[in-house]
Design a protein around this ligand. Structure first.
Ligand code: MG
Length: 369
């Protein structure tokens, strides 16, 4: 079986509500999605998606995905997509770094491998848990009252996991955390996500002022050096996501004890193949995991769901459904959807959901053998 054709589509995915990170520092209104269709000489079709959370969130760029695929396409053409490690090595040789450009190709290859084996990707990766996974909300930086409002809107839809975006104003952050904790239910999973928005000094003020609440902070500062520097000065649990990119990052965080939680975002780390190694580092060091798409449609959410299903139930905290924040649906209601705040693993072979090609328009690029 050989890769014989790669078609690339660009789609705008508008957000239902404008979204702010880090106390309003970064605003997002529309995501630039790249959908990739890989076909083989034996008639298999696999799909992948790469949708960065805008251009300002992390070093990932919508047009950069398309440019990266143009560079890598000649090097993966003719390879067997079921041999995902061979495809991975070919991409890494053709274009060092640029992991976000590789993830949609990796996803499409896993999709074909699963279809060809007749099993869902999670089972092909070694065995998927069927326990429905709680979807984390994404509560943009707001006032105390607005935070309550948005969380209640999610709760009405069954959500028990919440990623509350903080960062910016120290006193307001402390007030919002105290208010959320006061109103939380016992079974809720809550993460306070700073998205690198604090300096070391700001992080310490909030962390020390909320010690009694025993809450978890995600990505409190810009770099791993910052997170390491303040580590001995607070007692809060830490999740690292934006500075967890490479296997070396994962190894450092585990070895130096910098976090209790890994936030693995598939597009950022380069796809399922590379993410599975980060998962194993986490599990080997007693580190829990959130698995998410970086953004995007149900196609990207489903990839993350497959990886989450390969993690023991006790170690996976939550997944994400970015699809719920969009005004367009490129899969016409198919694939895993929010059922009472949870996503259920699809049972069909491969990824388990493909986009509706009519919703994608014409491909912006097609590469052939
Ligand atoms: Mg985060």
């Amino acid at each position: 079986m050989k890769i014989s054709r790669i078609s690339v589509y660009q789609v705008d995915l508008p957000l239902e509500y404008p979204y702010w990170l880090s106390g309003g520092r970064l605003k997002f209104e529309c995501l630039d999605a790249t959908l990739v269709k890989i076909e083989t000489d034996e008639g298999h079709v696999g799909w992948g998606e790469g949708t960065p959370w805008g251009h300002t969130y992390v070093p990932a760029h919508g047009p950069g995905i398309r440019a990266g695929i143009e560079t890598m396409a000649p090097f993966i053409m003719g390879l067997d997509p079921r041999r995902v490690l061979n495809v991975e090595r070919a991409m890494d040789l053709a274009l060092p770094g640029h992991l976000y450009a590789k993830s949609p190709i990796d996803m499409a290859c896993w999709d074909i491998a699963g279809q060809s084996a007749g099993v869902p990707i999670a089972d092909l990766m070694g065995g998927g848990s069927r326990t429905p996974k709680p979807i984390a909300s994404s509560v943009g930086a707001k006032t105390v009252e607005e935070t309550r409002e948005v969380m209640d809107r999610y709760r009405a839809r069954g959500y028990i996991a919440h990623s509350v975006k903080i960062g910016g104003d120290v006193q307001r952050d402390i007030a919002r955390i105290r208010d959320v904790e006061e109103h939380r239910s016992e079974n809720e999973i809550i993460l306070y996500d700073c998205n690198r928005g604090w300096t070391r000094w700001q992080a310490l003020q909030v962390m020390q002022a909320t010690t009694d609440l025993c809450v978890t902070f995600e990505q409190p500062c810009e770099t791993l050096d910052d997170i390491a520097a303040i580590r001995p000065l607070h007692s809060a649990a830490v999740s690292v996501d934006e500075t967890l990119v490479t296997l070396q990052d994962g190894a450092r965080i585990a070895r130096d004890g910098l976090a209790e939680v890994f936030g693995i975002k598939l597009n950022r780390v380069g796809g399922l193949t590379k993410a599975a190694r980060l998962r194993d580092i986490a599990l080997a060091h007693g580190i829990d995991i959130f698995v998410m798409a970086t953004g995007g449609s149900v196609v990207a959410d489903t990839e993350a769901l497959h990886l989450s299903a390969t993690i023991p139930d006790a170690n996976i905290r939550a997944v994400w459904a970015c699809q719920d924040m969009l005004t367009v649906d490129i899969a016409d209601g198919r694939g895993p959807r929010n059922i009472d705040g949870h996503l259920h693993l699809p049972e069909s072979p491969g990824l388990g959901v493909h986009p509706d090609e009519a919703a994608l328009g014409r491909p912006v690029a097609v590469y052939t053998a």
